[in-house]
Design a protein around this ligand. Sequence first.
Ligand code: UDP
Length: 380
Amino acid sequence: MKPHAALLTNPGMGHLIPVLELDKRMVTLHGFHATVFVVANTGDHASTTLVNSPTPDNLGIVSLPPVDTDAAIPTKLVVIVRQSLPFLRTAISSMKHSPFDGQLVNGNVKAQKPLKIPCCKLLRLDDTLSLFLDQSDPSFKGFIRLGIVCSKADGILVNSWEDLEHSTFQALKDAAILGQVSKASVYPIRKLARRSGPQVLDQKLMDWLDKQPTDSVIYVSFGSGGTLSAQQITELAWGLVLSQQRFIWVVRPPADNDAHGSYFTLEQGSGTDPDFLPDEFLSRTRDVGLVVPMWAPQADILSHTSVGGFLSHCGWNSSLESLTNGVPMIAWPLCAEQRMNATMLMEEVGVAIGLKQSAREDGVVGREVIGESVRKRGGH
Ligand code: UDP
């Protein structure tokens, strides 16, 4: 009988995309029967297309009922996951071969400054999730609880590969031997990033990219929901002009609070008229740049030979897609674990240069700094 795997995605495209990819591989390469439980699918165009796209036999996708909450990210994630648990328990107990006792464990771990993880490098608090700064925040406890629950698993699959995070994987193995963190075996999934090739790019993008010299285009995107303030959008626009580099920029309307982004409210396909861009920007960049509203086929763009740089919020999937395609990055983390990823890409892997540390006192990164960084990273 085939083993039956239940996979649960956290809310957001950045979680849905790699879990569906992993799932397909378990079914097609390893003979599993798999069910993916999709938490809080907001019904936006991109995630609906993904969830409804054809799947191999033996792969089921179950959307759990949406959860209504006004909380801000990352608390929102914790609330959504918690409120989805009863549905998940019912759904899983109806699967024959996956016993699930739903027990959560209480922990009283306190974050230290800087964060000390057994056998791992110290983590600068500034590089971690903002919720670690306020341990009285209920989401801090929620996160610690999740961590402890993870450590009770029989095995842990990590969306990474050994060469990329050698010392971390070694540290996890050492910690398991010592009985610290988790006794579970930790397995790198290895390269999961989609690399479907430019054939699925739409014709306009494809034609445009085909006309550009090798490594000449900088791709600018802040993930599935990252947004910038109006002032920051203006600086970025003029920064791109100053850089005199070719670019593709996935634009989203400005947000009041750029750090929180619009992970659960984006309606792909809406906002197709980017009238929030500065006057003359589009006309001045018509020959060198392409502005794509809301959503672009990122994995395919990054695999095109004309792309030579990625100005990115350093979401984990974006980072892996860039690494897999050998595209150097300019790191512009916005929130969540993105600062941690950016630091690793800059200081350990050496494939990214930073930008955000050059922000002005008001937190905005100025056009000159952007222009210079893009020029450095932008290929020819
Ligand atoms: N993505 C995309 N087109 C876009 C924006 C994002 O295809 O316009 C995909 C991207 O390729 C990646 C995922 O959405 O696979 C974003 O995940 P990531 O972990 O980088 O960031 P998050 O969205 O979770 O912040």
